[in-house]
Design a binder for this molecule. Structure first.
Ligand SMILES: C[S@@+](CC[C@H](N)C(=O)[O-])C[C@H]1O[C@@H](n2cnc3c(N)ncnc32)[C@H](O)[C@@H]1O
Length: 283
């Protein structure tokens, strides 16, 4: 069988959503046979001889067919043009979170050294790591999920950041001395903000594969945001900032929560669909 035949047979298996899966199948094929993009295109009409790679591809293809997201199958995803290791214990990085990362970096660039940042709900570490690589900040990266912190630790090794980013296992908020860092100039978080009702409506690729603890919060998705806003002021320096990714339609309530918790200068940044996605405020 030729590579091109394997690709076309695979595409046919996906029937209705074949066009949508075209790129994902090509990526799986390249990863399984360890081919670069150009390698794949130049060898398309060669006969497949590597039986191990072929059975790997079949295993991966059947996972894709069942609805598993590509990122969990390949074990990697890009964020901010950097590669991150991941598995099913962490959320797959979303493009919207790059807006939060950009805003966090921009707010820190004005600061003089040393800058201290706390990333709450760090997961794979995309926020903590991108911020640490783009600024002079030292980051405490907190998550209550131990398996998620294992993923973060692998990414810290991958990005050579074990001195600049410290993992903290805690349900927010832990005792101050547990951070070994702080008070903080910035508390940043992409917290769980999906309501139970919204979770029920999510596609299989999310509901059956991504960790519910990373996505769902009680009180219409606002419970963790309330806890972060309520506790943050004890951990921030005077004039320190909080930055949160929020869900569709939550901006009004989040503004109230932040003001009630004592924050001012509450502002929002829209995402690519003009939906307020990042809340920012100062204490
Ligand atoms: C939406 S994910 C964000 C992951 C990553 N920061 C990103 O942006 O891709 C939320 C993370 O918060 C963590 N989390 C949920 N509840 C928590 C709590 N009470 N205390 C600490 N971490 C929590 C989850 O384990 C998950 O890793």
């Amino acid at each position: 069988m030729l590579y091109s035949e394997l690709f076309n047979n695979s595409l046919r298996k996906f029937k209705d959503n074949a066009e949508e899966k075209r790129l994902e199948i090509e990526i799986l094929l390249r990863e399984a046979f360890n081919l670069s993009k150009t390698g794949y295109w130049t060898r398309k009409n060669e006969v497949i001889t590597d039986k191990n790679a072929l059975s790997r591809f079949y295993r991966w293809r059947s996972r894709l067919f069942k609805g598993e997201p590509l990122a969990y199958i390949t074990g990697e995803k890009e964020s901010f043009s950097r590669n991150f290791y991941l598995n099913r214990h962490v959320l797959i990085p979303r493009p919207e979170t790059e807006i939060l990362i950009e805003e966090a970096i921009a707010s820190l660039k004005e600061k003089k050294n040393p800058v201290e940042v706390l990333d709450i709900g760090t997961g794979s570490g995309i926020i903590a790591i991108n911020v640490a690589l783009e600024t002079a900040a030292r980051v405490a990266a907190l998550d209550k999920s131990r398996p998620a912190l294992q993923v973060l630790k692998k990414n810290l090794v991958l990005h050579n950041l074990r001195d600049k980013v410290i993992p903290v296992c805690a349900d927010l908020f832990p005792l101050r001395n547990k951070y070994k860092r702080g008070p903080f100039d910035l508390i940043v978080s992409n917290p769980p903000y999906v309501s139970e009702a919204e979770w029920e409506e999510l596609p299989v690729s999310i509901k059956h594969y991504e960790p519910k603890v990373a996505l769902v919060a009680a009180e219409d998705g606002l419970a963790i945001i309330r806890r972060i806003a309520g506790g943050a002021k004890d951990y921030l320096k005077p004039g320190g900032r909080i930055m949160l990714e929020i869900g569709h339609g939550q901006s009004k309530k989040v503004a109230e929560i932040l003001r009630e918790a004592g924050f001012f200068k509450v502002e929002f940044v829209d995402d690519y669909n003009n939906i307020p996605r990042v809340a920012s405020a100062v204490i």
